[in-house]
Structures are given as C-alpha cells and as structure tokens.
Design a protein around this ligand. Structure first.
Ligand code: ATP
Length: 290
C-alpha cells in the first residue's frame, strides 16, 4: 500500500523585521530560518516518517532553492518525483514576522502552476487498487479534479485536504473518500456527504463524522509556540495510523494525530518542528485513549 501525495513543495524563509514595510520604503531585516515547506511536502514527509511508503509528486525549480530542496528531501525516507527540475523558479514562501507579533506571508506558485497533468500522471503509473491519492488545495479546481478522477479509475482511495481553500472545491466531494478540513473550510465547502470526514478545531480538538455518527477527540494539551503545520501533522499521522492498522479513520487515529500535532505546535518552524521518526513510531504504538 502506497500513498501518492500530489501537491506543492516550497522553501519557507522566515524573516524578522521591526515593522511591516510601508509602500516605497526600504527596511532592514534578519533572516531567521530556511525550511522545506508546502502542504504537499509537509504531509508527505510526516507520512514517510511514520513508515508509510510515500511518493511526493511535486515540482521544484531550476534554481539554487530547487537544488537545496532536493538535497533536503534526501534526508527523509521519501521519494520525490520528478527527479529533475522545471524551467521555473522554485516556489517560495517569505514569512515576515514583525516585532509586535504580526506576520505577513508572500507565496509564489509558479512551479506548482506549471506542473501539468502530463508531468504528474506518469509518476502514478504503478498505482494499484487500494493505494491512496492525497491532495491539498494548491492546484486549480480542474487539475485537482482530473487527478482525483484518474485515481478513481485506478481504484485508489482519495483523500482531500482543501487548503488553501477555493469555494469551487465543493464540487469535488463526490470523488472523495476521506476529507480533512478545518472549521472555516467546513463552513465554506459543506463536505458532509463524504464517507469519512474529519473537522479540526485548533486547540479544542477534532470531530470524526462517518456512518451517521459524530465522535469528538479533544486536542492534546500543549504549550503552543508556533501552530504552523499543526493541520499537516494531524492529517498525515491520522492517515498513517489508519493505514498501519488497516482500518477506516477511527478515534484512535484521531488520538495519534492530536498527540503528534501537539508536538508540532510546541516547537518553532515547519519541518524542523515536526516529530521525527522515533517520536512518531513511539506515538503510533500507543493503543489507549489519552
Ligand atoms: P494549520 O493550517 O495551522 O496547519 P489547520 O487550520 O489545518 O492548521 P487546526 O484545526 O488549527 O488545523 O489544527 C489541527 C489539529 O492540531 C487540531 O485538531 C489539534 O489536535 C492540533 N492543534 C492545533 N492547535 C493546537 C494547540 N494550540 N494546542 C494543541 N493542539 C493543537
């Protein structure tokens, strides 16, 4: 059983500045960190750290950032496809943190936008019935839909995390087996027809809604330093827990997910905040409720 994550991969650059720049001004800042990021990459990395056979299909560019990303991914138990690069700059997120605690984020999508179905589908040629296609919201409606349709023709299980949200994604629910959304995505996209639905509610916890029943799993208490990547950690560990036990999403999967997300929120950064393979293996071995 293999998970194909088709999505984006970016360089996250975090900059500390005294105040947000005004139009026409030039300011000094300090580059605090550089991390691999992007929802596709985040989820694929965590799945692979959980011991799941994972292929990340995502575009990197022909610049030094692309080279750096491909090098970083070699440290993970993950296959990144395609192996080469695109004739584009790699996608980048510039995260500006001002002294008063505010932040602003600038993200490019050129590499993800250039990545066509013809570039992607050959990398799914070995997919068999029961394999999983996991997508996030970084592609257009048409591209996202075409990939889920392709997955269905191959008998794959489809998992959708529609973030960043596009109101038109509500048309995709008939193609989806498992949806993971936060509260505002649930409100906008009304995913209640999906067979297994997980609605996360930040520090409160998450709901599992399936077979006409609702179960609540409280969040695991944590001293939150930086909640970036909490949702990605939650989704990936929830999915890994179900795959490793050969079950549909259940209360234990949500418990595993909330314990892992609590680790991520207690540390700063994205990739550097995620639980490592040892932490995830220990956590996924836990059988009881917290
Ligand atoms: P993000 O986009 O920031 O990654 P999200 O909006 O997709 O997150 P959330 O609902 O904020 O997802 O969080 C997902 C899960 O992470 C929650 O269900 C919870 O288990 C955990 N979590 C989030 N914030 C906290 C917190 N402050 N303390 C403990 N757990 C948290």
């Amino acid at each position: 059983m293999r998970v194909y994550v088709v999505g984006n991969i970016v360089v996250d650059e975090t900059w500390s500045i005294s105040d947000m720049p005004k139009k026409g001004t030039s300011i000094h800042g300090v580059k605090v960190s550089q991390d691999v990021g992007g929802k596709g990459a985040n989820q694929a990395i965590i799945l692979s750290r959980c011991g799941i056979d994972t292929r990340l299909i995502a575009a990197t560019g022909n610049d030094s950032n692309g080279e750096w990303i491909r090098q970083q991914i070699k440290n993970e138990p993950l296959t990144l496809l395609p192996d080469g690069h695109f004739n584009q700059h790699s996608d980048t997120s510039i995260i500006l943190n001002s002294a008063d605690g505010d932040n602003a984020i600038i993200t490019t999508t050129a590499a993800a936008d250039t990545f066509s179905l013809d570039d992607i589908i050959p990398h799914m040629a070995e997919a068999t019935a029961g394999d999983i296609l996991l997508q996030q919201g970084n592609f257009s409606l048409d591209k996202t839909r075409a990939l889920f349709q392709y997955a269905k023709t191959r008998g794959m299980t489809t998992v959708f995390n529609p973030s960043p949200v596009n109101p038109d994604f509500c048309h995709l629910w008939p193609l989806i087996d498992i949806a993971v959304v936060n509260e505002s995505e649930a409100e906008q996209l009304q995913p209640y027809t999906v067979r297994s639905l997980v609605v996360t509610q930040g520090a409160t916890g998450a709901w599992l809604i399936q077979a006409g029943q609702r179960q609540f799993c409280p969040a695991f208490p944590a001293e939150a330093l930086d909640t970036t990547g909490a949702g990605d950690t939650f989704l990936a560990v929830m999915l890994a827990s179900t795959i490793l036990r050969g079950v549909a999403p259940d209360a234990l999967a949500l418990t595993h997910a909330s314990k892992a997300a609590a680790i991520t929120v207690s540390r700063r950064g994205t990739l550097s905040a995620f639980p490592d393979g040892h932490e995830l293996t220990a956590l996924l071995a836990l059988k009881g409720e917290h």
